[in-house]
Design a protein around this ligand. Structure first.
Ligand SMILES: [Zn+2]
Length: 367
């Protein structure tokens, strides 16, 4: 007859029964179930007693991809529209919701962490690991976790109660929780007594014109469950509009949508008979695959990157760069238009579409 034993108890112990001490030790020595969480410093994580267990558990779920973001739900239910409830612009993945979404960036930027560098952070795992190892007695880690927690709460209110997200309120609740953790006080501050923090403008980067004789083509792609629009806009060293194009297609991958946007940029360069050009977008991950060895390319991207590499051999000089999203507003405005209108088309230098006239003018003013 079999016997139930507590596997994490010391193997040499004759009494392999469950105890809270052995359970806690197992959490400290947690052998994670996914490759990304395996390298996380769980011992340090669980030793941080200044964060409440509710938020610790929430972070643990993030690091094990166990949060019910819409992209995770859509994997099991194809009828779920996995578009981000904050920006309504991109697929709601964990990384998008907490790192890339304009709403979350604004909250992080305005917080005491001043995380304006979020665009350079490739994963939540990396970010949390970095926070955890700051030599500040978990100040950064606790504050960052409070921010993620309250972004998640306000996201849930938006999804389930249809309450519009308010970045100032998020920050106020973050400060309340964080003050409590800092003082380790049991009492709760009344959040309404705290001032509402103001949110700064987030435009931190601008379009930079190419040097003569180069033409710069800005590209962007968006993503939801139904259609995937892409845009490409060409301008010269004076910021003068040279032509643009849009396309709409179906794919199940955000990376494919961005890769296709770069490919649309190459198509536009061919249509304009360019020999020297720069294709500029705001997704660095794609560039890694374009310039890296074929073996690193995910299978979903192999065909499109292969197409890419054969096409660019026709150019005298073509390069691909990634910039912050603020420097890519023209392509972004055009992809928003495409998102709504579902239009696939090309525009000549004579008449740019009206949806980008503002951003074209703003960029030119800075040249
Ligand atoms: Zn978003």
């Amino acid at each position: 007859m079999g016997q139930i034993i507590w596997a994490t108890t010391n193997i040499k112990s004759s009494n392999r029964t469950f105890t809270t001490k052995s359970c806690y030790r197992s959490l400290e020595n947690n052998v994670a179930s996914t490759s990304s969480s395996a390298s996380f410093d769980w011992r340090r994580f669980w030793k941080n007693r200044s964060l409440c267990l509710r938020i610790q558990t929430f972070i643990w779920r993030i690091l094990h991809n166990g949060l019910a973001v819409l992209s995770n739900i859509a994997r099991f239910n194809s009828s779920v529209l996995s578009i981000c409830s904050f920006c309504k612009d991109y697929e709601e993945t964990l990384e998008h919701l907490f790192l890339q979404c304009s709403f979350s960036k604004q909250v992080c930027f305005a917080s005491r962490l001043n995380i304006s560098c979020l665009r350079d952070v490739s994963s939540l795992h990396y970010l949390l690991s970095d926070w955890l190892h700051q030599p500040d007695d978990c100040y950064t880690f606790n504050l960052g976790c409070c921010i993620l927690w309250h972004i998640w709460k306000v996201r849930n209110k938006s999804v389930f109660d249809n309450i519009a997200p308010n970045g100032s309120l998020v920050l106020r609740n973050v400060i309340k929780d964080f003050e409590e953790f800092g003082s380790r006080a049991v009492i709760t501050l009344d959040p309404t007594l705290l001032p509402l923090p103001s949110l700064p403008s987030l435009r931190v980067a601008y379009w930079i014109p190419p040097l003569q004789p180069y033409i710069k083509i800005n590209v962007d792609g968006a993503f939801n469950s139904h259609s995937v629009p892409a845009s490409a806009v060409a301008r010269d060293c004076f910021g003068i509009f040279k032509g643009c194009g849009t396309s709409c297609f179906s794919t199940l991958s955000f990376l494919i949508s961005e890769a296709t946007a770069y490919l649309l940029g190459v198509d536009l360069a061919k249509r304009l008979h360019l020999t020297n050009c720069i294709i500029e977008g705001d997704v660095a991950a794609i560039l890694k695959f374009i310039s890296g060895p074929d073996i690193d390319i995910p299978w979903q991207l192999k065909a499109i990157i292969g197409n890419f590499k054969s096409t660019i051999s026709f150019f005298n000089d073509i390069s691909f760069v990634s910039v912050p999203r603020d420097a890519n507003t023209v392509a972004h405005d055009l992809v928003q238009f495409t998102f709504v209108s579902n239009v696939t088309d090309w525009w000549s230098s004579i008449a740019p579409p009206s949806c980008i006239s503002n951003s074209l003018r703003q960029d030119r003013a800075l040249v």
